[in-house]
Design a protein around this ligand. Structure first.
Ligand code: IPE
Ligand code: IPE
Ligand code: MG
Length: 228
């Protein structure tokens, strides 16, 4: 008799939007628009699979140096993403966010995105299915430094459990499989603490071309967690 498998955590580094656009002779912004649509489709697909957590790298602490028009476009797409509340509710999915806390020095999330994030979290909080976490203004090193500092200030001895408890969202479980698209085999400051022990799925496909079949190939890397 096989027992049901516990839901898994998939983390995606959504790379290659610019290359997707360039190959089609389109501006980079079109690649980001297509990437947001691809994400919406992957969220729907994940909600129908044995995936409990989907964590995606939307915008990094390093990405702010990109051209202003591109950054502005990516911001508007995050407003759209956090506005997909009816869709998330219809899939029993909740949305969360990780990144530099809005009130901390150095944080760069603009107020209109803060509002969209807060509203989306509140409006999907009671859903019990997939947890979609969007990393925005996120960097793993900043997260780890902050967690370490918080433990040190508390006066406790620093331990792995206390570091985990001081992550931006401590309820996020360890990652089972990391996906990176567009042929890059790098992790780029994403969930460095949480991916210890994770499988890694690299694909040549750019993010806008990532689809449910690719998601299935990534999931297939995760061995059944329960045996005997
Ligand atoms: C990923 O696609 C999106 C973000 C990093 C915001 P890129 O914009 O990095 O696309 P490439 O790597 O230039 O193709
Ligand atoms: C990683 O992609 C960040 C996101 C997907 C948001 P980048 O395109 O910024 O990564 P690097 O700089 O090439 O490693
Ligand atoms: Mg890139």
């Amino acid at each position: 008799m096989t027992s049901p498998q516990p839901p898994i955590h998939v983390a995606c580094i959504m790379d290659g939007n610019g290359r997707w656009a360039r190959r089609r002779g389109l501006p980079r912004t079109e690649g980001h628009t297509a990437g947001e649509e691809a994400l919406a489709a992957i969220v729907r697909a994940a909600a129908q699979r044995n995936i409990g957590w989907l964590t995606v790298f939307g915008f990094s602490t390093e990405n702010w140096v990109r051209p202003r028009t591109e950054v502005r476009h990516i911001l508007s797409l995050h407003k759209k993403l956090f506005g997909r509340i009816a869709e998330l509710n219809s899939n029993n999915s909740s949305i969360r966010w990780i990144g530099r806390p809005f009130d901390e020095p150095g944080a760069l999330t603009p107020p209109f995105i803060q509002k969209a994030i807060n509203k989306a979290i509140a409006d999907t909080a009671t859903n019990t299915g997939l947890v979609l976490t969007v990393a925005f203004d996120y960097g793993s090193r900043a997260e780890l430094l902050r967690a370490s500092q918080r433990v040190i200030v508390s006066g406790d001895e620093i331990t792995p459990d206390l570091v985990s408890a001081n992550m931006y969202d401590p309820s996020i479980p360890p990652v089972d499989v990391v996906v990176r698209t567009s042929g890059e085999s790098r992790i780029s400051n994403f969930l460095l603490w949480q991916i210890a022990g994770a499988k890694v799925y690299f694909t040549e496909r750019t993010w806008p071309d990532f689809n449910a079949a690719e998601l299935d190939a990534a999931i297939a890397l995760v061995e059944p967690k329960v045996s005997q």
